[in-house]
Design a protein around this ligand. Sequence first.
Ligand SMILES: [Zn+2]
Length: 468
Amino acid sequence: MSSTLTSTFRKQTRGSVDLVVKNAKLLLESGIARGGIGVIDGIIVVIAGDEHLPEAATVIDADGKILMPGLIDVHAHIHDPTMMEHETFTTGSKAAVAGGITTFVDMPLTNQVDTSKAVEEKIAQGEEMSIADFTFYAGMMNSDNIVAIPALIEKGIAAFKAFTCMPYQTSSGVIVKCLSAMSEYGGHLTVHAEDQGILNEFSREMDDEWDAPISHSLARPNIAEQLAIQKCINIAEQTGGHLHIAHVTTREGVHEVEKGRLRGVMVTTEVCPHHLVFYRDEMNRLGTKSKMNPPLRSKQDRAALWSALLRGNIDAVASDHAPCPIEKKDAGSEDIRNAWSGVDGIQMILRVLLSEGINKARMTYSRLLRVCSRNPARIFGLYPKKGVLRIGADADFVIVDQNREEKISNDMMESKCGWTLYEGMTMMGVPVMTFIRGTLVFKEGNVVAKPGYGKFQAMGSGNRPIGD
Ligand SMILES: [Zn+2]
């Protein structure tokens, strides 16, 4: 690659570098290139063909494998001090690095994060317990905490969460006020979009069929998502604030986002790995583990999600990682309403995209880079420090063996809950090494860094372009 880069680097550094990874297929913003990278003090200082790479204290031969920026999971329920039996900063970040994720965005469950003090406490907990770099959402938003938005953005928390449905349902008025604040101060509002009125009405129709897991999906029809997305996009259009739709699941939902973007509304969206793999008719076979919100949809919806992802109309893939102790799933074996809603996912995003995406020609490497790393970094104000292989960026990267097959098992899960919806599936494509700021944190099935290595990452608040 460019000898200009190398000579600039030599002038800057005048010594040997800490780490060189050579003989890789680099996923760059401009495409795939053969070569390697050099790292000093956790920062990428050189990207070059192998013949131009400098001497280094440690040299790793990637053996022709893919080297891509670490993934950024922008929706993961990792650490809630009131629900540490589900996951913690330590167990969740182990699962993250085992899945090639180098930064995650935690989202609160029951414990509110909506004051400067709560933000400071959460940063301290994460920096003590997390292996991966992290940041987090403020939420859940309600009429009382809207006033805190400017102070939270000042502290580097520029992502806010709201629901249009239970259990954290908020009014349209709150969404208007939040998006108005986004328009004024930057940052974005992420909405879990399902219309509660429709859920109420369709739930009543299920009568005594709640013993079948599929009833959970039938009680939450596509139109519930479509109407809620429509409403939020209208509000984003009126206010000019940046709206991010969490976990889109339906073809109608995707279409609403596309229509909004065509008329210039600042709306971005994400999809979850489980909605790209599983579908509604499998729910009775999969059992209570397959309950999550929004629910699994039809095969046609699944096809629409892959297609939108490939076209660039879905910006990011995010885990919505929200596992639970298995007893909370088993509690719904007679009545699915009693099961916890949520599945694992943070260890599976990259595996799913490699195996079900690249391997089955539904995804290209260029899209993989965008939906896993670059776009999440841009939408969450972490770019270009994160999400890209670039000189001056943090040396966060993952080496992937695309030709290795792996049988997914509960045993390999680093999550505290120790089970996975993907149990028994054979997948093609494995993350083999993960580095954060130039330090090896995961190698061949083993987490090799200690809790406390992870650092809080403040989000910038500027609006980011969409549809890339
Ligand atoms: Zn969630």
